[in-house]
Design a protein around this ligand. Structure first.
Ligand code: OSB
Ligand code: MG
Length: 391
């Protein structure tokens, strides 16, 4: 299991956690994010903080959305699974490695965002203890990663063109337009007319049916990098049929929730391009395996986003420094999505459209604990030394 790139010591100390905090926080989204699955207007997310006896801390995020319209998991289900199952399992198993954490969580079916929170917090804690960065632990090599913007469905073409123009001016290296039946060829045509041959792709978030193939064929003439998740969230086979009828590469997002599903989709030609979200596939170990698989097959791989807080984006940026990530990531900084972030400082996108990979130890960014507490809608603390629990 896992990748030979991982630089964690194979036999570290058994799970060195003396205190764990789970927080559900409500982030101040600047504007509702509209997609083929509907509108996301509030952004609760779940944060996990693991602390060791020396006071080192590691943060992770379980970035399911507030609602079950993207995938079945929600912020609420992630919170309960973490409190009731995921955290107790790792505290009981006391794994000594990231692979051990993944193995301890394996009895939990699905609930991938909750698993990612635990793996990410564990990795950040180990990085803090070793005084190294997440990118170093993962064996990343790139010092900066290219970024694209994912632009939600707007009230008008004018608003869309304004936002595309702004992001291109700021340096973003690729534009992704959210589409759905009725908001597709027209918006793509308008963007091509105004901005010419820019790197452009679309994301349908499972809002089409195979019967709409003609409608999707209309997009073939625009030279798109890919069409992301046109069909049902669970429909790998349908995408294989559709891909044979489309010239544009299909990229899967919702349908790839495990290593096995990713292999199957690639084996049967359901996609030619992979959007990897570590939370969607159940963690960092699964992400490393998918990375290696895509690299071995020369499949273009890129990192998607879940409108995470900076805590959730940090391990994703570190992963993007691995050589298999060849296309820009959906990784707009918190300053674009939120009025404020739980990170103190965080990261920005430079004028050439890159994020500099953090080489600071641990998570790589300073978490503002006061903001976490101020935005918390609920929390759960476990002190493992005394086994005292309170809610
Ligand atoms: O389909 O890629 C998606 C956000 C939430 C849920 C699903 C998706 C998205 C995005 C936003 O496209 C990308 C980002 O986090 O910046
Ligand atoms: Mg998507």
């Amino acid at each position: 299991m896992g990748s030979d790139l991982l630089r964690l010591p194979a036999e570290a100390e058994p799970f060195p956690v003396t205190r764990a905090e789970i927080w559900e926080v409500s982030l101040p989204l600047r504007e509702p994010f509209v997609t083929g699955f509907g509108q996301t207007s509030t952004r609760r997310t779940v944060l996990l903080r693991l602390e060791d006896a020396e006071g080192h801390a590691g943060w992770g995020e379980g970035a399911a959305l507030d609602h079950p319209f993207y995938l079945p998991e929600t912020a609420s289900s992630t919170y309960s699974v973490l409190v009731e199952h995921a955290l107790p399992l790792v505290l009981e198993a006391r794994p000594r490695s990231l692979e051990g954490v993944a193995a301890a969580l394996a009895p939990i079916r699905g609930n991938n965002f909750a698993k990612m929170a635990v793996e990410a917090a564990y990795l950040a804690l180990q990085a803090a203890r070793a005084g190294v960065s997440l990118a170093h632990l993962l064996g990343g090599t790139a010092s900066r990663i290219p970024v694209g913007e994912s632009i939600g469905i707007k009230a008008s073409l004018t608003e869309t063109l304004e936002e595309v123009g702004l992001r291109l001016f700021e340096g973003y290296r690729r534009i992704k337009l959210k589409i759905r039946p009725g908001w597709d060829a027209e918006v793509v045509r308008a963007v091509r007319r105004r901005f010419g041959d820019i790197p452009l792709q679309v994301d349908a978030n499972a809002s089409y049916r195979l019967d709409d193939a003609a409608r999707l064929n209309a997009l073939d003439g625009f030279g798109l990098l890919c069409i992301e998740q046109p069909l049902g969230y669970d429909d790998i086979d349908g995408h294989a049929v559709l891909q044979r009828r489309l010239a544009t590469p299909i990229c899967l997002d919702e349908s790839l929730r495990s290593v096995e599903q990713t292999r199957r989709a690639l084996d049967i030609g359901a996609c030619r391009n992979v959007n990897l979200k570590p939370g969607r596939v159940g963690g960092i170990v699964a992400s490393l395996t998918i990375h290696d698989e895509c690299r071995a097959r020369s499949v273009p791989l890129w990192c998607g986003g879940m409108l995470e807080s900076g805590i959730g984006r940090a391990p994703n940026i570190a992963l993007c420094s691995l050589p298999g990530f060849v296309q820009p990531a959906d990784m707009s900084p918190a300053s674009v999505l939120y009025r404020d972030d739980v990170l103190d400082g965080g990261y920005e996108v430079d004028s050439e459209g890159f994020i500099t990979v953090s080489h600071a130890p641990g998570l790589g960014y300073r978490v503002d604990d006061e903001k976490v507490r101020a935005w918390a809608t609920r929390g759960h603390v476990v002190e493992t030394r005394t086994l005292e629990r309170r809610s």
